[in-house]
Design a protein around this ligand. Structure first.
Ligand code: SF4
Ligand code: FES
Length: 248
């Protein structure tokens, strides 16, 4: 298929940036979206132009790096997938596709489609960890009984890959789904109880400091999340925050 791409080009953090049109031809419907951009970049390099900068690593839906806004949707028109898992069969010959970076004050653009998501790492450092004795004489993890329900819910929360689609999709640029998932994965397990009082409060304080907005229950984050992280994790985060407030 032959396509027109409208891509956000921005030389650096201080450049104003603009949408630029490109043509790509003979794109196979079996290609992934990133392979299609690879074709464009080969074209640009061959003609002496600067290739489009975009983040990617695993290209199999695990690392959360390939964050971009495609036709006005985080990770594009399909559901439950990342951009690297999006296939060109979702588009039609002759289509015009707009491709932009994730937009949020806390995710400043570094170049073209690459944004700085280290704000997520700082939130994690504020509380997304447990204190475990790793000296070699640790207690066997199986010695702690955990209900199947709690183990499953914790595992579901732990599938968050930190892609930032929830933030990019939210009209408030809220990171509550991300933080809710990270808090939930520990709140549901006995190993997470040691820091439980401080964790939610510290992570939310860092979230606010980074400039993310608050949640107004729109639910767009859940719709666009490639890992199906549920809004119930935001409810659990709020309960953990309330518990922390009562204990302090
Ligand atoms: S909650 Fe979903 S959309 Fe948000 S960072 Fe995690 S995986 Fe990405
Ligand atoms: S490149 Fe790793 S999730 Fe897309």
């Amino acid at each position: 298929m032959n396509l027109t791409l409208q891509i956000w080009r921005q030389k650096g953090p201080n450049d104003k940036g603009q949408m630029v049109d490109y043509k790509v031809n003979d794109i196979s419907e079996h290609m992934s979206f990133l392979e299609m951009i690879d074709v464009l970049n080969e074209q640009l390099v061959a003609s002496g132009d600067e290739p489009v900068a975009f983040d990617h690593d695993c290209r199999e839906g695990i690392c959360g790096m390939c964050s971009m806004y495609i036709n006005g949707e985080a990770h594009g028109p399909d559901r439950g997938i990342t951009t690297c898992q999006l296939h060109m069969r979702m588009f039609n010959d002759g289509d015009t596709i707009t491709i932009e970076p994730f937009r949020a004050a806390a995710f400043p653009v570094i170049k073209d489609l690459v944004v700085d998501r280290t704000a997520f790492e700082r939130i994690q450092q504020a509380g997304g960890f447990i204190s475990v004795n790793t000296s070699g004489n640790t207690q066997d993890a199986n010695a702690l009984p955990i209900s199947k329900h709690d183990a499953d819910e914790a595992m579901d929360a732990a599938t968050c890959i930190g892609c930032g689609a929830c933030v990019a999709t939210c009209k408030n640029s809220s990171a509550m789904l991300f933080v809710g998932a990270k808090v939930s994965q520990y709140a549901l397990l006995p190993q997470g109880q040691i820091e439980a009082t401080d964790r939610a409060a510290n992570m939310v304080a860092q979230m606010d400091l980074e400039g993310f907005g608050n949640c107004t229950n729109t639910g767009a984050c859940e719709v666009e999340c490639p890992k199906g992280i549920s809004l119930t994790n935001i409810a659990r985060l709020n309960r953990e925050l309330m518990k922390a407030a009562c204990k302090s």
